[in-house]
Design a protein around this ligand. Structure first.
Ligand SMILES: NC(=O)c1ccc[n+]([C@@H]2O[C@H](COP(=O)([O-])OP(=O)(O)OC[C@H]3O[C@@H](n4cnc5c(N)ncnc54)[C@H](OP(=O)(O)O)[C@@H]3O)[C@@H](O)[C@H]2O)c1
Length: 248
C-alpha cells in the first residue's frame, strides 16, 4: 500500500467510455499504482476468445496501465465461456490480478464453475434494499465468490430515500439514509461502489466506519425487499442479444 494508507477503487468499463478519462487523470497525480484498485469490463460486442484478448489490450491502453486489478465480463452475452478462457490466460499472465463476472445468474455461474479452471473472484450485480438478491448472495458465499453491488443506493430511487424505516434509522444513528443503506450492504459483506457527482455525498458515502446497525435494524431493512430491479434483467435473452450490437 502507498503512503496514504488506503486504496482508491475505480469501477470503469469499455462500455462506459471512461477508461481514457481515468488514465489521463491518473497521469496527473502522484498517487502510486499500489494505492489504486482498478476494475474494467469486457463489453458484450467483444465476446469470444480473440476478441476478448484484443478488447483487454485496448482497455489497458486507454487506462495507460500495464495491469488491472480486476477484469470482469460485463454481461453474460453469447460466447462468455470463450471469453472466460481468454480471461483465464490474461489472469495467468498477471495482466489482471483478478478476474470475475458481472450480471451473471446462478445458471451462468454454474456453467463457469463447471467448465472454467479459475473461480470468478466476484460477481458484480444489482443489489439494494428493494432488490436484495438473497439466493444469489448465499450461492456466492458458498462458492467463496465476492458479491459487489452496483446501484447500491438503488440508483438514487426517490421511493427508497423516502422509506420511513430508513428515515427512522437515519435519525437513530445520526447518519443520512445513504449511509444507512451502505452500512447495511457492508454488514452483509457486500462490496459497494456508490456513484455521486456531489462532493458532500462522495464524502458521506465513505464515512461508514463509526457505527454499526443492530441486528434488529438489519432485519427491518431486510423487510423492504420488493424483488424490484432498477436496471436490465440478465435473464432477458433479447437484452443480452441486442447489446452485442452496441459498440463499447
Ligand atoms: N455492472 C453493471 O452492469 C453496472 C450497472 C450499473 C452501474 N454499475 C456501476 O455501479 C456504480 C453505481 O451505480 P449507479 O450509479 O447506477 O447507482 P447508485 O450508486 O446506487 O446511485 C447513484 C445515484 O444516487 C445518488 N446518490 C449518491 N449518493 C447519495 C446519497 N448519499 N444520498 C442520496 N443520493 C445519493 C446520485 O446522485 P448525485 O450524483 O447527485 O449524488 C446518483 O443519482 C456505477 O457508477 C457503475 O460503476 C455497474
Amino acid at each position: 500500500m502507498g503512503t496514504r494508507g488506503w486504496i482508491s477503487p475505480f469501477d470503469t468499463a469499455m462500455f462506459y467510455r471512461n477508461e481514457h478519462i481515468l488514465g489521463n487523470a491518473l497521469n496527473k497525480t502522484d498517487i502510486t499504482r499500489e494505492e489504486l484498485f482498478i476494475t474494467t469490463k469486457l463489453w458484450n460486442s467483444d465476446h469470444g476468445y480473440d476478441q476478448t484478448k484484443k478488447a483487454f489490450e485496448k482497455s489497458l491502453k486507454k487506462l495507460q496501465l500495464d495491469y488491472v486489478d480486476c477484469y470482469l465480463i460485463h454481461w453474460p452475452s453469447k460466447k462468455y465461456m470463450e471469453s472466460w478462457k481468454a480471461m483465464e490466460e490474461i489472469y495467468a499472465a498477471g495482466k489482471a490480478k483478478s478476474i470475475g463476472v458481472s450480471n451473471f445468474t446462478l445458471e451462468h455461474l454454474e456453467d463457469i464453475l463447471a467448465h472454467g479452471s479459475v473461480v470468478p473472484a466476484v460477481n458484480q450485480i444489482e443489489i439494494h434494499p428493494y432488490f436484495q438478491q438473497n439466493e444469489m448472495i448465499d450461492f456466492l458465499t458458498k462458492h467463496n465468490i465476492a458479491h459487489e453491488a452496483w446501484s447500491p443506493l438503488g440508483a438514487g430511487n426517490k421511493g427508497l430515500f423516502e422509506e420511513p424505516t430508513l428515515k427512522a434509522l437515519a435519525e437513530k444513528y445520526h447518519k443520512n439514509i445513504g449511509q444507512i443503506i451502505l452500512r447495511w450492504h457492508l454488514q452483509r459483506n457486500t462490496i459497494v461502489i456508490p456513484k455521486s457527482s456531489n462532493q458532500k455525498r462522495l464524502e458521506s458515502n465513505i464515512d461508514l466506519w463509526d457505527f454499526a446497525l443492530e441486528q434488529t435494524d438489519m432485519e427491518a431493512i431486510a423487510k423492504l425487499d420488493k424483488d424490484k430491479r432498477t436496471g436490465p434483467n440478465p435473464h432477458n435473452k433479447f437484452f443480452l442479444w441486442f447489446t452485442t450490437f452496441l459498440k463499447g
